[in-house]
Ligand binder design. Structure first.
Ligand code: CP
Length: 308
């Protein structure tokens, strides 16, 4: 297969296994490029991309922009603060105005779940979802799976654990879809109040005993508590959460085998993960960030080849 089955990247849900493998194969080539002395190729020289960020970001925003520059695309950046959104302009009007300046592709982060799907149905452009509220964060899941595969090989039948605020995490949902499409088994772990009631419909296992869950895993993805998406409290105190679900070196050392530790960032050191673990040899957190550029180059390159 040489092209994606989709014209937009709205979520991992909409991709098939061949799409994931094609993105990874393409990312292998771009990873080689960005490790050269001259880290740039002319692949998207005639393509203009707008990055629309309606929500804060460090990794995703910089990673997309670097990926675009490495591919020689023209780039414009929009953030909602300081824009005419505050004067009442709608999302569709905003994007149509940007597109009328001959922009070919939109990368959007938005706090509302479904914002990218909504946009794709209402404007004539290629849309890449850079995280939409509690819904999906497809490029994060792609870079997570790619980084893990690089470390432990084929993910078929591997056991992946996702820990923490599953309820409010777009990373959790995209990770579940990606790992399952690659043949892995997914378990989620955390306080019952932070695990959606309908999670079993996704064919994932639920485990509330953190140590037991870790012992049955090849890799663990530690998630941040998404306080910004909570309007009520979901557990008695941070201290109690840390005691039950915080990943420490002592816990890792007490396991039957060495497992890979992942985190999408931003990290809350001392909450879901200690500094000792985050900075340890077992953690591949900065490898994930590094691979994010190659993965995003691959996604934009493959989608650009489908532009009308
Ligand atoms: N992982 C992630 O999406 O980080 P940012 O919010 O900094 O982009």
């Amino acid at each position: 297969m040489s092209e994606l089955s989709v014209n937009n990247l709205l979520g991992i849900k909409y991709l098939n296994t061949d799409d994931l493998k094609l993105i990874f194969k393409t990312a292998d080539n771009f990873k080689e490029v960005i490790n050269r002395k001259i880290k740039k190729v002319p692949s998207l020289r005639d393509v203009t991309i707008a990055n629309l960020f309606f929500e804060n970001s460090t990794r995703t925003k910089l990673s997309f922009e670097l990926a675009q520059k490495r591919l020689s695309a023209d780039v414009v950046n929009f953030s909602s603060s300081g824009s005419s959104i505050s004067k009442g302009e709608t999302l569709i009007d905003t994007v149509n105005n940007i597109l009328s300046m001959k922009v070919d592709m939109i990368v959007m982060r938005h706090p509302s779940p479904g914002a990218s799907v909504f946009l794709s149905k209402n404007v004539d452009s290629c849309i890449i979802n850079a995280g939409d509220g509690t819904h999906e964060h497809p490029t994060q899941a792609l870079l997570d799976a790619y980084s893990l595969q690089e470390k432990i090989g084929d993910l078929e039948n591997k056991n992946i654990l996702i820990v923490g605020d599953i309820m409010h995490s777009r990373v959790a949902l995209s990770n579940i879809f990606a790992y399952q499409k690659l043949g892995a088994n997914v378990t989620v772990c955390g306080p019952k109040s932070l695990i959606p009631n309908d999670i079993s419909s996704l064919n994932v296992k639920v485990e509330t005993d953190f140590k037991k869950a870790l012992n049955n895993s090849d890799a663990v993805n530690m998630l941040r508590i998404q306080n910004e998406r909570m309007s009520e409290t979901y557990f008695p105190s941070i201290r109690e959460y840390v005691k039950q679900y915080g990943l420490t070196k002592n816990i890792l050392d007490s396991l039957d085998k060495e497992i890979i530790v992942m985190h999408p960032g931003p990290i809350n050191r001392g909450v879901e993960i200690t500094s000792e673990v985050a900075d340890s040899e077992q953690a591949i957190i900065l490898d994930q960030v590094e691979n994010g550029v190659a993965i995003r180059m691959a996604v934009m390159y493959l989608l650009a080849s489908k532009l009308k």
